[in-house]
Design a binder for this molecule. Structure first.
Ligand code: PLP
Length: 429
């Protein structure tokens, strides 16, 4: 019995995946591509090693260079986020959030967050929905009030809700997964602190825009802790991190190790350091271009007659666009229709969906992201073409024509830009 065929079969499928993506429009708002050097480091020997603990205080030998790399990642992170404490060990954004919950709250405490249709992430969710905050850390979740015309947190109603709570919030988590406009951290932080809560901000999606200076600056607006993923609007690898006020450093360090991680993926730490350096070099220009592209795409898409949310505020101030697709079908069906035409997006619950009897299999919308297309070098001129292609593709009537247009458009955008060397987006393709 030989398993050679099984082994080769996986390699062939990885190649097929890369070939497919190199001819597609990758528009999932939580995804991006990393540069060749960053990907090489992910395949290095570091990925075989262990280094539990903090640099200089490890419980494993063999960490001479690993410690230097991690300290460099921390120093670069401090500079990038103008923060005095950085922990690069969380292996994902969810693990970063769980670490913060564990560091700063106890089971049964209350946390303010957004509901999922209003943009909250499942890691902020109630245990009824298997949300990590409720299910894993037994937090009680109270929702911020949301104004769907503004597509943002409603400050006055949220203040009233916070003041009326029987049990005052221990934590408040700003940020989310459907995230078009900066949240009112400055306005609500004093109210939350008055009530005895710690203000946190989940920047998983928008951290690159924050570091690039084009969105908001939570740590200067009253947030004491910011968690994020390193692969959505930053330059990879897949992973998480926490930045915080030094006053919480010891609690957070303990919550990360031994609390929520044992080994912390050392190849990822090196890749994070390199991606932070790339972002310090190229991030401001990149972030500016991302927002220009998303605004150009949103406007062009609305001009074709599609229902783009957030119109009152110019559709978007982030890398994301939300489109109501209920005139065609639902977000689940639309996701499949577009995938069959090599346009990769994801379904999205929109404000009001649950009241309308929709849920995550058949939500009212799709979410588009332009971070990856921007990193591949596309500009507002290309966004015009993307909008026209999307409009035709959503009707599903001209599949062949769309496939040709997508392939043609992608032809000249095969390299990862905003990096120290121009490198191909795929290894095998
Ligand atoms: C994506 C996301 C996360 C989770 O990040 P992972 O790195 O996938 O674990 C957490 N919070 C928000 C708001 C997100 O959008």
């Amino acid at each position: 019995m030989s398993y050679r065929q099984d082994f080769d079969s996986v390699v062939r499928k990885v190649r097929a995946h890369e070939r497919w993506f190199s001819q597609s429009l990758p528009m999932i708002a939580s995804e991006n591509v990393s540069s060749k050097r960053v990907r090489e480091v992910l395949a290095s020997d570091l990925g075989h090693r262990y280094a539990e603990g903090w640099p200089g205080e490890r419980v494993y030998a063999g960490c001479k260079y690993i410690d230097q790399i991690e300290l460099e990642a921390i120093a670069l992170g401090k500079r990038l986020f103008r923060a005095n404490f950085v922990d690069v060990r969380p292996v994902s954004g969810v693990v970063a959030n769980l670490s913060v919950y564990s560091a700063l709250s106890s089971a049964g405490d209350t946390m303010m967050a957004l509901s999922i249709p209003n943009g909250g992430h499942i890691s902020h969710g109630k245990s009824d929905f298997s949300g990590s905050a409720g299910l894993v850390h037994s937090l009680q979740i109270e929702y911020f009030a949301f104004d769907k015309d503004e597509m943002n947190i409603d400050v006055d109603s949220s203040v009233r809700r916070i003041r009326k709570l029987k049990k005052s919030p221990r934590l408040a988590m700003f940020g989310g997964s459907l995230f078009l406009f900066p949240h009112p951290v400055k306005e609500l932080a004093p109210v939350i602190e008055d009530a005895g809560g710690v203000v946190c901000y989940d920047a998983a999606h928008v951290v690159g825009l924050i570091a690039g200076g084009v969105f908001q600056d939570p740590l200067r607006e009253g947030a004491k802790v910011m968690t994020f993923s390193t692969h959505k609007t930053l330059f990879g690898p897949q992973g998480g991190a926490i930045v915080a006020d030094e006053m919480f450093a010891e609690q957070i360090k303990k919550a990360v190790f031994p609390g929520t991680t044992s080994n912390h993926h050392l190849h990822g730490v090196a890749a994070k350091a390199m991606a932070f350096a790339e972002f310090l070099q190229f991030g401001r220009r990149y972030a500016r271009d991302v927002v220009r592209n998303s605004q150009a795409l949103a406007t062009a898409l609305a001009d074709t007659g599609e229902v783009v949310l957030g119109e009152r505020n110019g559709y978007t101030a982030s890398h994301q666009i939300a489109v109501d697709v209920t005139k065609y079908s639902d977000g689940g069906a639309m996701e499949k229709t577009l995938e069959s035409q090599n346009i990769i997006v994801n379904r999205q619950l929109l404000p009001g969906d649950l009241q309308a009897g929709r849920h995550y299999t058949n939500p009212g919308g799709i979410r588009l992201g332009v971070a990856e297309l921007t990193r591949l070098g596309m500009r507002p001129g290309e966004m015009q073409e993307v909008a026209e292609i999307l409009h035709v593709a959503m009707s599903g009537a001209k599949r062949r024509e769309v496939l040709v247009r997508v392939k043609e458009l992608r032809k000249n955008f095969q390299k990862v830009k905003y990096s120290f060397e121009s490198s191909p987006a795929c290894f095998f393709a």
